[in-house]
Design a protein around this ligand. Sequence first.
Ligand code: ADP
Ligand code: MG
Length: 698
Amino acid sequence: MFDLKTRDIKFLQGVGLQRATLLGKELEIFSLQDLLYYFPYKYVDRSRLYYIHEIDGNMPYIQLKGEILSFETIGEGRNRRLVAHFSDGTGVVDLVWFQGIKYLTGRYKVHEEYIVFGKPTVFNGRVNVAHPDIEPAGNLTLSLMGLQPYYNTTEKMKRAGLNSHAMEKLVKNAFALLREPVRETLSPGIVEKHHLMALDDALRQIHFPQNPELLRKAQYRLKFEELFYVQLNILRYAKDRQQKYRGLYFERVGEIFNTFYTQNLPFQLTNAQKRVIKEIRKDVGSGRQMNRLLQGDVGSGKTLVALMSMLIALDNGFQACLMAPTEILATQHYETISQLLFGMNVSVELLTGSVKGKKREHILRTLLTGETRILIGTHAVLEDTVGFSSLGMVVIDEQHRFGVAQRAKLWNKNITPPHVLVMTATPIPRTLAMTLYGDLDVSVIDELPPGRKPVQTIHQFDNRRAGLYAGIRKQIAEGRQVYIVYPLIKESEKIDIKNLEEGYAHVCEEFPDCRVSKVHGKMKPSEKDEEMQRFVNGETQIMVATTVIEVGVNVPNASVMVIENAERFGLSQLHQLRGRVGRGAEQSYCILVTSYKLSEDTRRRLEIMVQTNDGFEIAEADLKLRGPGDLEGTQQSGIAFDLKIADLARDGQLLQYVRNVAAELLEHDPSCSSTENEIVWRQLYALRKTHVNWAAIS
Ligand code: ADP
Ligand code: MG
């Protein structure tokens, strides 16, 4: 049996040991299968001919049909080149080669008809085509030439002669080896029902499309397959989990919840908050384990929803735990929640890495006895030494990077896994959420508490600082506080710190009457927290920082966010930073400072920031501008985004469609065993074996 997966690429004609190593290292191509699934990134239409007189200064790759009038060798040494004067009756172009002169003059003949393919350039009024492809015209029918594929290759590969053209040849060689069609990976039922091209045809057409229509069909088929298996994998996993884990059953909402609601709650819940709390109550009363993602823009009031969900657990005799990504955030939550619960006799504790000794022992002990009802903390709560008497609800704040593996760790703290609520202010577009968190239900808070004034965003070039500083001075005079943020690039922390230090010195000089804080990632956590705390308490008026302040910090009195070198930030990062202001009743401002020279993309990003405060709109725009692979948070999510052909930004509709197909299949074949679907289950199994990332989510 000819198995593409086990056919080592090094044995393919034209590869060999050295190129095989390169293909593996650069593109992760190890087998024939990998090669056939390495798709072109663009195509050039070779079904049309141009006339030489049509050529102007700026042409793509084109084809000409004509004859060589004469050959000529020009230049000496490294400049030695072969020129063929080529004419189609409407003009003359020079075909130029710097290599293989002898071979070429032997191969091509004067006054015979050829098709020449290449990119023309105009130099000194003469048209040149360097290193064109030439083929005898007699052999070719234009309509059969179809579209020519272009493959991405790396610099290293190009140096070894593995350019796009070489890749094309390798793919041709691979197809030439096949004695039978590539084996189908979708069941006949699915292929037929959804009018899909057979896999063998699709692979041939994706590399060498005969026409745009067939190319489109091939792309559709391959995208369908790719998204289908991603969705099938996630849905099957979610189903497994539902069957394996019965959830804790919280039948009542009782005294604690009600006391809080009627006596302690300092304001009216927004309708969105009410709706989400209802959704959560329904989940925890269903007997299924809740796994819910709560999305809500910065400042939408997620903490309150978290707290009230935890109170439901308490009312049913369970403990609750709230986890935050940083010490400062955990501390802030602890303070907020202690305040909100004031007078209610609910014991709340804070556990972070810096809680040690007696205090720590006390917390660990009272968690085990059940005396501590709510635990708030950082990752420290995940440690094995932390045990609960009866953990019923876990809330994870601002952690879209909190993967399934970590969630599983929480479950180990109980016989029955607790309900889990993951909260994030990073608005994840629906298509992405479906792929990232396919096993989570999603709630959205789409409404801000009343009385908030939307943050005003202004884009300013950095040669106009005087006005900017005057504005800041005015705000500070009115008692407000100000953030000034500098970018952080991982590769050159040194430069960033220098940037920040210079910025800090500059700010101190400009604002001699102000106290200025400085926070960056290289500081010890305790120092960082101390400095943050000074700003939170209002001891300092200006906070100069890198993006470490990005998530969650709540200083309602801060009314200005200045982002230096804003061109170096992504959209969602800018939005997160902007969310640090506009938390109080005052009008707040976000100033995006950039240099004058900006790329088109950057200009677009800044425009979007100025135009809208809506996180979802921004996330959608981000997805469109950058593609999902770059989207913040997805890289670290631990879930594969190396989609080969589907594009989450563009193929959202198809994703929804195949998700339904996958769900239907699971419903009809819950035990994954019907012979009708045999191909599908075998393929899913094979994918799970090869994709590290796929295995990780199960
Ligand atoms: P986030 O969703 O960004 O975590 P928070 O939970 O920190 O937002 O809430 C932001 C601010 O809004 C807090 O100061 C909180 O007290 C306040 N807040 C929350 N809900 C309401 C509400 N329904 N009405 C008025 N203010 C609210
Ligand atoms: Mg928050």
